[in-house]
Design a protein around this ligand. Sequence first.
Ligand SMILES: [Zn+2]
Length: 274
Amino acid sequence: MPELPEVETVRRTLMPIVGETIRGAWDSAKGLHMQRKPPRAKLKKLIGATFTAPRRHGKYLLLDTTTQYSLLIHLGMTGRVLIHDKTTARPAHTHVVLDLGTKELRFADARRFGQVDVVERSKEHAHPALAVLGPDPLVHGIDPVAFAYRAKKKKAILKTFLLDQSVLAGVGNIYASEALWRAQLKPTMRAFKLTAANAEKLADAISETFKIALENGGTSFSDFIAADGAEGYNEEHLWVYGRAGEPCLRCKTKIKRAVHQGRATYYCPTCQTS
Ligand SMILES: [Zn+2]
């Protein structure tokens, strides 16, 4: 599932839509997972609007326009936002298309766990998807004091705590394992046991993990691609995720895989000690 670095990569590759005017909107009439009805009536509000700036909060993209409306997109598990020439055949599972003249902005999603919506900019924080989000590590930075304070109130294990989008928006399953390895913290430590020093270490590890992933264009595995069609190559640079049985890059101990809340966690049993 795309996480902050992948969605940020998409945002950056969406810059060519700035200045493009929306001339028409089409949808497949198939509902997307988080929103059963197709957003047809809302998409019509965008016709005549010109894209200004693509923004991002956590895993959500917000494509602002010259009107009060912005296009909200969540990639879900397999969602792709693509800028294509109109003459290029639409990819399978295309569910939303905005006509930009010679080009189209297309949203394709095989598993339909993604979301497309139109929000009013002044009311965007009231949108149910955005209302629950905590700060974005890249846009707002991570305040280690506030981060430690949130942890103090949580009984959940650290891995689960990191996946809570109200704590930090944008951390998902891959980068939670990666950041914990980098900070040398046990994924199963209870969040409330996080000391101020370890909170700072973890905050730094998250920022650093995201920075490296972004430099590598995100982690693709099977589905993720940028709006220009490029695949990321961060999977070649992952420290623990997907490396069960392989040697830890720090201490050579075999990396272990565990399952927490139905999701895989990868860690080193030797050097993730506190
Ligand atoms: Zn190790």
